[in-house]
Write a protein that binds this ligand. Structure first.
Ligand code: IPD
Length: 268
């Protein structure tokens, strides 16, 4: 069992505290499905409550650090080298529909580099964490990306654009290219977990376009520390800003990227 640093202890404790509330609220969501309006307002309150718990816990432990949060946006800290990047409920649509696949995602960016990440899946009590140079871990077990080297054996995860969030035709062409070669493609609905599952060797790779920094920042540390590669689809390193990412084991990162780059954009 790996020893966790004080930093990881702070992050996992905050995630567990917020998760207790999310799990309680998730129990309520099922009851609200039958109401005409559905549980939308209730879920956004749960999302904001999770964020305010994470903010309070992390601020108490590291008072000077800044924040980038899905709901609250940017909060500058007095220590400009350290910023928490937080998604308090990744998989909101699943949560809203009573599907028990969602996570809390917390990353620490230090000196403009992603330094530590925690992704916690409350329903199955899976705590993924990684810290630069310390490896990636799941509930005390060291993680490695998978060793599969063939597209035909590989299972990939992705996100499907919704409400016009990305050019749909381009996505369909990317999907078409990958599904013709791969063993399968999954859309599970939580980007941080998609990446944690790449780190755990469950998926060979993951890609998404139109994705936000808070959805992937912690997953980036997990995949890298588990021995995988993370870039933009064109190979660039600015995935947090440019909102597209491909993360995979070292054998599949190139072939998956090649398929995605070859998929023509609708505008071309
Ligand atoms: C969403 C999930 C989903 C991804 C979307 C994200 P949210 O995050 O991570 O898997 O496909 O792009 O917006 O809204 O549940 O925090």
């Amino acid at each position: 069992m790996a020893n966790t640093s004080a930093l990881i202890n702070v992050m996992t404790a905050a995630a567990r505290k917020a998760a207790r509330h999310l799990v309680r609220d998730f129990g309520e969501v099922e009851n609200l499905q039958v109401s005409r309006k559905g549980p939308a307002d209730f879920v956004s309150t749960a999302d904001r409550k999770s964020e305010s718990i994470l903010h309070a816990e992390l601020k108490k432990a590291r008072p000077g650090y800044g924040f980038l949060m899905e709901e609250g946006g940017v909060i500058e800290g007095s220590d400009s080298s350290n910023t928490w990047i937080i998604d308090p409920l990744d998989g909101t649509t699943n949560f809203l529909h009573g599907i028990p696949f969602f996570a809390i995602s917390i990353a620490l960016e230090r000196d403009r580099d992603l330094f530590a990440g925690v992704v916690y899946e409350p329903i199955t009590d899976q705590m993924f964490w990684a810290e630069k140079g310390q490896g990636a871990h799941l509930n005390g077990r060291r993680l490695r990306v998978s060793a599969r080297r063939e597209l035909a054996d590989s299972l990939f995860a992705t996100g499907i654009p919704f409400k016009g969030s990305f050019k749909n035709e381009h996505f369909v062409r990317q999907l078409d290219a990958v599904m013709q070669e791969a063993a399968g493609v999954r859309r599970l609905g939580s980007a941080s977990l998609d990446m944690a599952y790449v780190a755990a060797g469950r998926f060979e790779g993951y890609w998404e376009t139109g994705i936000n920094a808070w959805d992937i920042a912690a997953g980036v540390v997990l995949v890298r520390e588990a021995g995988g590669f993370v870039t933009e689809i064109d190979g660039g390193r600015d995935f947090l800003t440019n909102q597209n990412v491909v993360a995979a084991n070292p054998f599949m990162h190139g072939p998956l990227g090649d398929l995605l780059r070859a998929a023509p954009n609708a505008a071309e």
